[in-house]
Design a protein around this ligand. Structure first.
Ligand code: ASP
Length: 326
């Protein structure tokens, strides 16, 4: 198992490497997809082989949903929404069912989605009764005049749009509850989820969903629903979904900074993401990572932590799944 993971990580590193951006560079893939299930400092020794197999299987299941949509000519927006919905429904991750608890023992969820074709975006924050926050974020983007709605207003909007509402007890999992108990003594559950995609029409999209950080104060909003911090897509450059210590990702406008380095400095996706995640954030002690895809179908997944649940696939048949950096 360890060997397989190592091999996959190496394959991911090799097949994701890019050169300097050439604006006229040909597409390397017709479509591409990358997703994450959260980053953090995790040790292989803390996971059983069964845990690892289960996480990998869920990442592969989510990836398969996106691959099928993109391979059949579907849109990157549908792909990222459906991948994130699947991960929201999976209790292993910190989004939707399984979301972490605030210090007050509640779940307050954030999500955002963005379309690179026209820079339209939708986000919700601090909601406790919407089963799939990512789909309501998409409704905000497509059916309202706004970009972000929060709390009760977001819930009212979701109801009026026919979104599936749940009692807040739906989000409870023993794992997240135990994580709060540990967080009160300093360790915490990772598992924000996100997905980026390029479709056959050349449109990029990004989506991210989270319960936030374990033991956060009530009312705290992280980077995930802040467009340009945890989530960003622009057909001129790339799509980015982030995971990590949100306060740093907000201050360093991580997702937009990667896009801006590509747009204004001509950096490749890999170089831009490395500058932000593995240099600027490291210096600032901002832990986390990103998954990203550029307009030519290059994918890059990187983190400055010891682990990030992640997977990717492209139309060329490149595929990988991994957890640790090793
Ligand atoms: N970025 C998320 C937040 O700060 C947490 C995470 O990705 O683990 O809300």
């Amino acid at each position: 198992m360890r060997k397989v993971l190592l091999l996959l990580t190496v394959i991911a590193a090799l097949s994701c490497s890019t050169s300097k951006t050439n604006p006229d560079a040909p597409k390397t893939a017709e479509w591409a997809l990358a997703l994450h299930g959260g980053a953090g400092d995790m040790n292989r020794a803390d996971f059983s082989d069964e845990d690892i197999a289960r996480y990998e299987q869920e990442l592969i299941n989510a990836r398969t949903i996106g691959e099928n949509i993109l391979a059949n000519g579907g849109s990157s927006l549908d792909a990222v929404e459906q991948v994130v919905r699947y991960l929201e429904d999976c209790p292993l991750f910190n989004a939707g069912k399984g979301a972490v608890f605030t210090s007050a023992g509640k779940n307050e969820l954030d999500a955002a989605i963005m379309s690179g074709s026209n820079l339209s975006a939708g986000a919700i924050a601090g909601v406790s009764d919407i089963k799939n926050p990512i789909s309501t974020a998409r409704l905000v983007m497509e059916k309202s005049a706004h970009v972000m709605m929060i709390g009760k207003g977001a819930s009212e909007f979701a109801k009026s749009m026919g979104a599936e509402m749940v009692d807040s007890s739906y989000f409870f999992t023993d794992k997240s509850w135990q994580s709060l108990q540990r967080a009160l003594q300093k360790a915490e559950k990772m598992g924000t989820v996100g997905c980026v995609a390029l479709d056959k029409s050349g449109n990029l999209a990004a989506a991210t969903s989270t319960g936030g950080m374990t033991n956060k104060r009530y009312g705290r909003v992280g980077d995930v629903p802040i467009i340009g911090a945890g989530t960003y897509a622009n057909n001129a450059t790339c799509a980015v979904s982030a995971t990590g210590h949100g306060e740093y990702f907000i201050r360093y406008t991580v997702a937009h900074d990667i896009s801006a380095l590509m747009e204004y400095k001509g950096l490749s996706l890999q170089d831009a993401a490395d500058v932000v995640v593995n240099n600027k954030l490291v210096k600032a002690h901002g832990a986390g990572g990103v998954v990203a895809v550029d307009k030519n179908g290059n994918v890059y997944l990187t983190m400055n932590t010891t682990g990030m649940f992640r997977a990717y696939a492209t139309s060329n048949g490149d595929k990988g799944v991994g957890i640790f950096t090793e």
